[in-house]
Ligand binder design. Structure first.
Ligand code: F3S
Length: 392
């Protein structure tokens, strides 16, 4: 069936409400049409990625500023992903890069988005109601929302999430439709999984194996926030799927689907692609640290200090940073010699730190290895902290 638009939607598409809205509607309608949607549906919220200047460049910046001039405004609660740098702390204020990054964030503020600058909007800034339809970009947040929060969202691009935020609607296709959320392949996990890093590696391997098929995972499921975050980030780094489901048993014979097994050998295979060198800089907070994780790190760092020549860099959202600051946690962390950045992403950061990078996030490892040819080591959070700090 062809896409049916309401009279109001047609008027926007005909440009009656301005060129900015027309362009946004054209994108929504184009995507809905090629995806076979019959109608547009209202969304509860949007989350936009592609905030980093490194990512969208001058072209993206000009487009955003053009939308502002056109008087375009979001029509649903909208949050945004991290920027390349922490605009409030890093002391880049005279850089061209800083100025352009600041203009991007300012343009989003003028468009009506909340400057949350976080890839974990589901913690504090943009918590979906169960069963709600969303238009979220940032693939790890999409998988988190679909898998753990009972929300419905496709994996939007930064631009399509912006268009949906403005129109307040998206096409009814893909993961918005119950029928399309059924498992198409089973992953039986027989590997030993004991840490959030293990869950990150498991997610990464599943992403590589399943292609575009939604998997049901049998045998293991992430329970804690760090485990869930690393699992979805691993999946998002290596794969294209927007959700997974979990089961205690393999699906019955009537619904027979292919089964792939993941054992310890498979897990070691992924680990062996990254170095085990001594690290100089440790990045934690991909996806962004939650407030409870910051609390745990502050407790750990209370009696430790960063060793000479080493760096410990933590990344979180603006909202979590503000609360952590009020509660004195930022001071404890910084007293140890570690740094905590708000609203920035370690991957898109034009870093001033040099050396072998250690991370507990397979997603950071994957992207830094691919984009910066840095030497990367992956390890557990505690081991990484112990490697760059000492007891005071
Ligand atoms: Fe977030 Fe950047 Fe990692 S956006 S998920 S911290 S790559």
């Amino acid at each position: 069936m062809l896409l049916q638009l309401t009279k109001d939607e047609e008027r926007i598409l005909d440009g009656e409400k301005g060129e900015g809205l027309r362009k946004m509607m054209k994108l929504i309608v184009g995507l809905a049409t090629i995806s076979g949607a019959e109608k547009l549906i209202e969304i509860e919220s949007a989350h936009i990625s592609g905030i980093s200047y490194q990512n969208i460049g001058d072209e993206g910046l000009s487009f955003l500023e053009w939308l502002v001039e056109e008087g375009v405004h979001v029509s649903v609660p909208t949050t945004i992903n991290p920027a390349a740098i922490d605009l409030y702390q890093q002391g880049y204020t005279h850089d061209e890069f800083y100025k352009k990054q600041e203009r991007i964030v300012n343009a989003y503020i003028k468009l009506g988005a909340k400057p949350t600058l976080s890839c974990t909007p589901y913690f504090l800034d943009n918590i979906p109601s169960p069963g709600s339809h969303l238009a979220w970009a940032e693939s790890s947040a999409v998988i988190y929302a679909n898998t753990f929060l009972n929300a419905y969202t496709n994996k939007e691009s930064g631009l399509s999430a912006l268009a949906a935020a403005v129109i307040g609607k998206t096409g009814y296709y893909g993961l918005h439709v119950d029928e399309n959320r059924k498992p198409q392949i089973a992953i039986k996990v027989v590997a030993d999984i004991s840490s959030s890093l293990d869950f990150g590696i498991l997610g990464y391997r599943i992403g590589e194996l399943v292609g575009d098929k939604i998997p049901v995972i049998v045998g293991k499921s992430p329970k804690t926030i760090p485990e869930r975050k690393q699992f979805v980030a691993g999946l998002s780094a290596s794969g294209t799927i927007g959700m997974v489901s979990f089961s205690n048993n393999l699906i019955s014979n009537e619904n027979r689907i292919d089964v792939i097994e993941i054992d310890n050998k498979e897990m070691l295979n992924v680990k062996s692609r990254f170095s085990s060198l001594d690290v100089d800089i440790v990045y934690l907070g991909c996806p962004h640290l939650s407030l409870s994780e910051i609390k745990e790190l502050a407790i750990l760092l209370q009696k430790r200090r960063v060793k000479n020549g080493k760096s410990l860099l933590l990344y979180t959202s603006i909202s979590a940073y503000k609360i952590a600051n009020e509660e004195g946690l930022v001071r404890i962390i910084e007293n140890s010699g570690a740094r905590i950045f708000a609203g920035a992403c370690p991957v898109f950061n034009p870093s001033m730190y040099k050396g072998v990078i250690g991370t507990d996030a397979i997603k950071t490892a994957h992207y830094l290895k691919a984009t910066k040819s840095s030497q990367i080591a992956i390890s557990n959070t505690i081991l990484l902290i112990e490697s760059v700090t000492e007891i005071r």
